[in-house]
Write a protein that binds this ligand. Structure first.
Ligand code: AMP
Ligand code: MG
Length: 323
């Protein structure tokens, strides 16, 4: 018999609740996204207030759309970290309450494992190198001996933060990736920027400062274009090296930045050169959502007692044993 899981996501901007079956079917995926004032980022306290306001409605809609009752659920999974403490606690409290009141097993999920497991399910990837590119992560990963190992990561800000911080500097509201992509598509001139790959790790903060300064003298479209070309080339270089080293035959791309068309085209060239299959998580499920948490909970099945259902703001992916 298939097990039904409720997944709750609340690490940062999104409060999401989804119901999934262990057969891999997504029965519902409801989310509300906190949007800060134009030009400002995620304020943890404001975002957590948003999450607690929308939580009852999101949860109710998710169960109704899935046509299930809480009593039908086999487990409740929640995003236990890494993320913003006040936001994480809203999701954990909702999950703990359901678990305690209805005597349901509760499964803490590492948010990034959620991105990867859902990506594998939806693309059919089995043993990929994974490029995880989101607001909270920039990492090149591959599984070895039961853990996701880092084959490269950012040394400072993530690729999502680079796009969002530059976008906010221009006065856009977060998340800014789609607006930067639009601008970049209208760029014509490439301007050389700090290209920083150390070993197989990446640094994006130099590009951010450089781009902000450049807007005083250059067209903003050309700056956005050059920013994307430079940062994405760095990602491609490090990813290609990981593919060549591990000799894996699939590249899974997931996280909100996976939606970027130009990056997709550049990674396609990398994969063709390396004889590797490119698997990109469908856009709707590449960003933060309850579905990634429901599915990772079903895969892991490692429940804890409600008193031990904590949150961990900092939690490295390579500390988690994977199913
Ligand atoms: P996540 O943290 O996985 O929800 O991903 C959110 C990040 O994805 C934010 O930094 C967004 O700016 C970024 N993002 C969303 N759409 C795009 C896009 N089309 N191009 C680049 N980045 C994007
Ligand atoms: Mg995420």
């Amino acid at each position: 018999m298939a097990t039904l899981a409720l997944g709750i996501e609340s690490t940062a901007h999104t409060f999401g609740a989804s119901v999934m079956s262990s057969s891999g079917k997504i029965l519902s995926d409801v989310r509300e996204v906190y949007r800060g004032p134009e030009g400002s980022g995620i304020h943890p306290r404001e975002a957590s207030r948003h999450h607690s306001e929308v939580a009852p409605g999101v949860l109710g809609r998710s169960l109704r759309e899935a046509k299930v009752k809480v009593s039908d659920l086999g487990l409740v999974a929640y995003s236990a970290g890494p993320g913003l403490g006040p936001c994480l606690r809203v999701g954990a409290v909702v999950a703990r309450s359901i678990s305690e009141y209805y005597s349901k097993p509760i499964v803490p999920v590492h948010h990034a494992i959620g991105h990867i497991e859902l990506g594998c399910l939806l693309t059919g990837a089995r043993d990929p190198v994974c490029l995880l590119i989101s607001g909270g992560h920039t990492a090149i990963l591959a599984e070895k001996s039961g853990r996701w190992r880092f084959f490269g990561e950012t040394l400072d800000i993530t690729i999502g933060q680079l796009l969002d911080q530059f976008g906010r500097f221009l006065g856009f509201g977060s998340p800014c990736g789609p607006r930067i992509e639009e601008l970049a598509n209208r760029g014509k001139k490439y301007i050389r920027m700090p290209y920083t790959v150390k070993g197989n790790d990446l640094s994006f903060s130099g590009i951010l400062t450089f781009s902000k300064n450049l807007t005083k003298s250059e067209r903003v479209e050309d700056v956005a274009y050059s920013l994307q070309e430079t940062a994405f080339a760095m990602l491609c270089e490090a990813t290609e090296r990981a593919l060549a080293f591990t000799e894996k035959k699939e590249l899974l791309v997931t996280g909100g930045v996976a939606a970027n068309g130009r990056l997709g085209a550049m990674l396609d060239e990398v994969c063709t050169r390396q004889g590797v299959e490119l698997k990109v998580t469908p856009q709707r499920y590449a960003g933060d959502c309850g579905t990634q948490i429901a599915w990772a909970g079903l895969v892991a099945k490692k429940s804890v007692t409600p008193e031990n259902a904590f949150v961990r703001q900092s939690w490295r992916l390579d500390q988690v044993e994977i199913a």
